[in-house]
Design a protein around this ligand. Structure first.
Ligand SMILES: Nc1ncnc2c1ncn2[C@@H]1O[C@H](COP(=O)(O)OP(=O)(O)O)[C@@H](O)[C@H]1O
Ligand SMILES: [Mg+2]
Length: 297
């Protein structure tokens, strides 16, 4: 049995300064950025945290706070300026060539907000495409793809094309494509942000259900606190490239670290009150209707 508290990912002093010349000292770069316009952007500033095996770690913050930059560093889609990202003790920032390619193919899979599906390929082909790069034969690829297509509730849709699917269904394909890779780590960058509220909720439930079965280690990015609270085992609140607070959803709501976090929590409470108010209003209406019906001869 795996130890659930085991640290799988450890991020140490990670920085990404866009536009920085090679071997820049990031603290100096930050000071320069603060002084004014010099073409550099400090998107991730000295971030350190740990992710335990099997948890859903949520990174939440306003648009522009650096969430996508940070999560992309895990797949080296963006090169960090300095710092380390240790996965199972191996630093992926210093990985080169073959070991980096292998790491990308076998240890992480990513789900994006805009699905990133191949438009001229069917659902089935989209799902098994990644396995082709690993050199698996067509029959095995298709068998594995069919299994995950069923898991995400898309049986019967395997020969359809992305444009024939709704947004929620497209993202189910995105999730299937990530699951089929059978990687331990799943990176999800605002996967449900483009969906209608009801579908979004349905997809969150779906993710929780799949997580019970697959026990992935998930890094999930969102700008939506209620989504973070629903999905996160633990979460970090990000602001202007830095982590301002890390904790369980309960800890963040009970004890916001500063005004930025407090504002998120406050808005969330207002929303909950609003929804409760709506439910109360609707149930009053239903009672009124009921008594009218009862009074009818
Ligand atoms: N390729 C890039 N070059 C320069 N600046 C960038 C680049 N990508 C992102 N940024 C900047 O980095 C900051 C963080 O962006 P991003 O990571 O996309 O934030 P988020 O995902 O939280 O909305 C923003 O100020 C953004 O404009
Ligand atoms: Mg983003």
């Amino acid at each position: 049995m795996e130890n659930p508290f085991e640290i799988l990912i450890q991020v140490v002093d990670l920085w990404k300064v866009f536009g920085a010349p090679p071997s820049t000292d990031c603290y100096e770069a930050e000071a320069l950025v603060k002084q004014g316009n010099n073409g550099m952007v400090c998107a991730v500033r000295d971030v350190s945290f740990q992710v335990r095996r099997g948890e859903v770690f949520v990174i939440m913050g306003l648009s522009g706070s650096g969430k996508s930059t940070l999560i992309r560093c895990f797949a080296r889609l963006i090169e960090p300026t300095s710092g380390q990202i240790l996965v199972n003790g191996k630093d992926i920032v210093s990985m080169r060539d073959q070991s980096l390619t292998e790491f990308r193919r076998r240890e992480i899979a990513m789900v994006f907000q805009h699905y990133g599906l191949l438009p001229h390929r069917t659902v089935l082909e989209n799902v098994h495409f990644g396995l082709k790069l690993r050199g698996e034969n067509r029959t095995t690829r298709e068998e594995k793809a069919m299994q995950v297509i069923e898991k995400v509730g898309l049986s019967g849709w395997e020969n359809h094309y992305p444009h024939q699917l709704s947004g929620g269904m497209r993202q189910r394909v995105g999730i299937a494509r990530a699951l089929v890779q059978d990687t331990e780590i799943l990176l999800m960058d605002e996967p449900f942000s483009g969906l209608d509220p009801l579908i979004k909720r349905e997809m969150q439930d779906e993710l929780l259900r799949l997580q019970k079965e697959f026990h992935k280690t998930i890094i999930f990015v969102t700008h939506d606190l209620s989504e973070a609270l629903r999905l996160g085992s633990r979460m970090a609140v990000m602001k202007e490239g830095s982590f301002v607070q890390v904790g369980t959803p309960g800890e963040i709501v009970a004890d916001p670290a500063d005004d930025y976090v407090r504002r998120f929590v406050h808005d969330e409470r207002k929303l909950v009150h609003l929804q409760e108010g709506k439910v109360e209003h609707l149930s009053k209406k239903r009672d009124q209707l009921q008594s009218l019906t009862n009074a009818m001869p």
